[in-house]
Design a protein around this ligand. Structure first.
Ligand code: G6P
Length: 371
């Protein structure tokens, strides 16, 4: 067992460290002559061109990767994209037809709810594309097309490397759609792809600096509750941060869009409550950045302890951070590939500090094969 963990205390830490290759391997060979290619392409370019609506269906962390993808897919393709929890999808009679693309994201490819969502989509004549980490699993077998994530086997019940690989793969889906529909020129598709290809290097830099996060986790391990805030893709990242903490550390945690603070969550802020915030990158520093600064001021004024994840060189946010976790600068869309990693390490280390089994949290299964 110790040998399998490769010197790490638990599998999840090993899998966090494997994220640069999980993303790099998922991108490998996907750009051929300036065009994105999927693995098992049984959808023609004409079929992709005819798509006028995208639904993403998934459960758990895979669902959060879909929430991130929505921002890229709508931005690049101008096709409306909805993201839905798989167990809700088929029971609400969604509007599906031949020009609907349903993207089913699943690490295992065996999650019962996601599989049933795929079957429902197919029965309504929608096109189904699977994003999956397990070769030949049921969901890719039943889908029209497949894009495999190449994260390798994931042992930790809480998804880490498969999650980052899903984000990368989902972006390839967005680029494939954009190229088929012509909403992006071939050189723009190549440029987006090459930007993605730079990410494993930056992911490696974040992984190397996780000792700081683990130290913060030990200091905050006795907290009763932790909140996570973000805007844009920082919002799904907040949801993922909270899910990880619930799953592993059995700690109450919630993720919110920072703009919703005033509509309820701010009532939860009390003296000493830890609140994580992901700041957008400096690149094209925007309205988002200043809005988040004012959100942080609001929670600090009410006594929150702020743990800020921000791009290196972001001087503006520094005075507001009780703890500052710096990550490399990147673009807004690509930032979740970096900003998620401290959340993974934080949850794992809080769990370890509380004496819990990081790899096998109570009541949870790696793959949920019953509805
Ligand atoms: C379980 C796991 C999660 C995972 C979810 C979806 O709840 O504990 O880590 O995100 O299932 O699994 P899938 O294999 O469909 O991605």
């Amino acid at each position: 067992d110790a040998a399998e963990k490769g010197g790490y205390e638990y599998f999840m830490l090993k899998e966090i460290a494997e994220q640069p290759s999980a993303v790099a391997d998922t991108l490998l060979g996907k750009l051929v002559d300036g065009r994105i290619v999927l693995d098992e392409q049984r959808l023609s370019d004409q079929e992709l061109r005819d798509i006028d609506k995208v639904f993403i269906v998934a459960c758990g962390s895979a669902y959060h990767s879909g929430l991130v993808a929505k921002y890229a897919i709508e931005h690049w393709t101008r096709i409306p994209c909805e993201v839905e929890i798989a167990s809700e999808f088929r029971y609400r009679d969604p509007v599906l037809d031949r020009s609907t693309l349903v993207v089913a994201i699943s690490q295992s490819g065996e999650t019962a709810d996601t599989l049933e969502a795929v079957r429902h989509a197919k029965s309504q004549k929608a096109r189904v594309l699977a994003v999956c980490n397990t070769n030949g699993a049921q969901i890719p077998r039943e889908a029209d097309a497949v894009l495999y994530t190449h994260a390798g086997p994931e042992i930790g019940v809480a998804s880490t490397k498969a999650y980052l690989a899903q984000i990368a793969a989902n972006y390839l889906v967005g680029l494939a759609l954009a190229q088929a529909r012509g909403t992006k020129f071939p050189d723009e598709v190549s440029a987006e792809f090459h930007a993605l290809e730079q990410m494993p290097e930056l992911i490696g830099q974040v992984v190397e600096r996780l000792d700081q996060v683990r130290q913060i986790a030990r200091e905050l391990a006795d907290s009763k509750s932790v909140l996570f805030l973000g805007r844009h893709v920082g919002y799904p990242t907040a949801l993922e941060g909270a899910l990880k903490l619930k799953e592993l550390a059995y700690m109450h945690a919630e993720g919110f869009p920072a703009g919703e603070l005033k509509h309820g969550p701010i009532a939860l802020i009390e003296e000493g409550l830890p609140v994580f915030v992901v700041m957008p990158p400096l690149h094209g520093r925007s309205l988002l950045h200043s809005k988040l600064i004012s959100n942080i001021q609001e929670i600090k004024a009410r006594g929150a302890r702020t743990i800020i994840i921000s791009a290196e060189g972001d001087e503006v946010v520094k005075p507001f951070a009780d703890y500052l976790i710096e990550i490399p600068e990147t673009t807004t869309l690509l930032q979740p590939l970096l900003s998620t990693i401290p959340y993974q390490a934080f949850a794992a280390e809080v769990a370890a500090a509380r004496g819990y089994d990081v790899d096998k949290p109570r009541n949870l299964a790696k793959s949920v094969t019953v509805e």
